[in-house]
Design a protein around this ligand. Structure first.
Ligand code: DGL
Length: 273
């Protein structure tokens, strides 16, 4: 038994969608979450800036008592996972999300009755530019038609807690218009903020299979902890949240997104920007 926490981070509230899956699959684990809401969004920042911010967050998490780091952010995973792993990999295991997204997307295409292999990736500008999803998909199956679309606006809608607002529907409807006439097999939510808008996306593209990479990432995290015999068995595990942004706003969204059926211990701390 190993009661040190799982450290999870994202540019803001998006990583809560990953935390939710991890909590479901690993209910006895202590968790420390860091949301860099002050610096959000990351998706339109240069790679060097994303890397510097990530280094700071990882150093902060390492000062806490953690046993593994989960990068709950496609943008960080796509732009600088290799570099981060080079620096920190000897100290701690770091999980990234892109490979889980590719695995989940590929499985969805295989299971789908639709023969057309049209896949849509919705992600941030930085993730789309990295070409990583595209590269992994083509390596698995060169027959796949891959459409990658940068939808940075969606991040802001989620950060502002506008999941159900009419404006979200209008923005999404407009951005997804081009896919309505295409026979899309599967759509990958390649940004951890996007599952928060999933219901809206479903309404706009009702026949498309929507893929959230978070479930596979949670499963892989469990596999790692289990294989290395560092699972926890805590009956009342704690979740501690840190945000560089507004604590009140963070708490409201965290409660809304996580919606646990028992009151979790939610501590939110503001840290220096
Ligand atoms: N949630 C993040 C992702 O998965 C990044 C959103 C942003 O800060 O632009 O890519």
């Amino acid at each position: 038994m190993e009661n040190r926490a799982i450290g999870i981070f994202d540019s803001g509230i998006g990583g809560l969608t990953v935390l939710k899956q991890i909590k479901k699959i690993l209910p006895n684990e202590n968790i420390i979450y860091y949301g860099d809401n002050f610096n959000n969004p990351y998706g339109n920042k240069p790679k060097k800036k994303i890397f510097d911010l990530s280094v700071r967050i990882i150093n902060f998490l390492l000062e806490q008592d953690i046993k593994i780091i989960v990068i709950a952010c496609n943008t960080v995973s796509a732009t600088c996972f290799c570099e981060l792993n080079k620096i920190f990999g000897h100290k701690i295991k770091i999980m990234e999300i892109i490979k889980s997204g590719v695995e989940a997307g590929f499985l969805s295409v295989k299971k789908n009755k639709i023969k057309d292999k049209n896949i849509v990736l919705l992600a941030t500008e930085a993730t789309v530019k990295s070409n990583l999803y595209q590269k992994y998909f083509y390596a698995k199956d060169p027959q796949i038609n891959f459409y990658a679309k940068a939808c940075g606006d969606f991040v802001d809608l989620a950060e502002k807690n506008l999941f159900d607002a009419k404006i979200s529907f209008d923005v999404l409807n407009n951005e997804l218009e081009e896919f309505k006439s295409k026979k899309i097999n599967s759509l990958i939510l390649g940004c951890t903020h996007f599952p928060l808008l999933k219901n809206r996306i479903k309404k706009i593209l009702p026949s498309v299979k929507i893929v959230d990479p978070a479930e596979f990432l949670a499963l892989h995290t469990k596999e790692y902890l289990s294989k290395n015999k560092i699972l926890n068995a805590e009956e009342k595990p704690k979740i501690i949240f840190y945000t560089s942004g507004d604590v009140k706003k963070f708490r409201i969204i965290a409660n809304e997104v996580l919606n646990f059926n028992y009151p979790p211990k939610i501590f939110v701390h503001k840290i220096l920007k």
